[in-house]
Write a protein of this length. Structure first.
Ligand SMILES: CC(C)(COP(=O)(O)OP(=O)(O)OC[C@H]1O[C@@H](n2cnc3c(N)ncnc32)[C@H](O)[C@@H]1OP(=O)(O)O)[C@@H](O)C(=O)NCCC(=O)NCCS
Length: 182
């Protein structure tokens, strides 16, 4: 059973949030969100490499000049791999993570992906709930994948993003977020 929402809500309206491609000048702020979100944060150098990777797309969510969230995807052939997704703790619960995921999937499709995968900590119920909402299904588990606590990773997939069923789901979720049709 998933816990009830336990995030405090800031007065920020989601309308004040903008999404755009990550730039080198964002990395310091991205790393700050990263350190507040993950027990084993990526190095800043990893982001320098990632944003130069032509197979990758990294987005940031900003409020004014502040980076409040970010996410990334690799697209190789027809497969998208969501590599990371995080929202600053003070800004969680405002659909920022969902908007980032939604736009990463759109970008992945634009680059030719028709399926998508990710790894998520077995106990990360909030993230898993978000991914399930977008049609990611549990497929397998990697035992002891996370080095900090030996936690298992759940491997989730959207097996086919071209089915009418998934397209309807995705269109409805985009519309609910107030995003234009993909
Ligand atoms: C997972 C994460 C990115 C979600 O970002 P967020 O902006 O707070 O989430 P959103 O407001 O967009 O929520 C979207 C969906 O996620 C799920 N969710 C997110 N937070 C939740 C919470 N506190 N309680 C229940 N469900 C939650 C729900 O399915 C929600 O949809 P709903 O509002 O229709 O119920 C954020 O919690 C985070 O940064 N966590 C730490 C880093 C992390 O675990 N990243 C994922 C790595 S795989």
């Amino acid at each position: 059973m998933i816990e009830e929402r336990n995030v405090s809500r800031s007065p920020l309206a989601p309308d004040g949030v903008h999404l755009r491609g990550m730039r080198g000048s964002d990395i310091e702020q991205v790393s700050k969100v990263e350190r507040r979100s993950f027990p084993t944060p990526w190095s800043t150098h990893a982001y320098v490499t990632e944003i130069a990777n032509p197979s990758a797309c990294y987005l940031v969510a900003t409020v004014g000049d502040q980076v409040v969230g970010y996410g990334g995807v690799w697209v190789i052939m027809d497969e998208a791999h969501i590599t990371t997704l995080a929202v600053d703790p003070e800004y969680r619960g405002h659909k920022i993570g969902e908007r980032l995921l939604c736009e990463l999937l759109r970008e992945a499709e634009r680059r030719g992906a028709s399926r998508a995968t990710l790894e998520v900590r077995e106990t990360n119920e909030f993230a898993k709930r978000l991914y399930k909402k977008y049609g990611f299904d549990w497929v397998a588990q990697r035992k002891g994948y996370y080095s900090d606590n030996n936690e298992n990773a759940d491997i989730m997939w959207i097996d086919d993003m071209t089915t009418p069923q998934w397209r309807r789901l995705y269109a409805a979720l985009r519309a609910a977020l107030g995003l234009p049709p993909a």
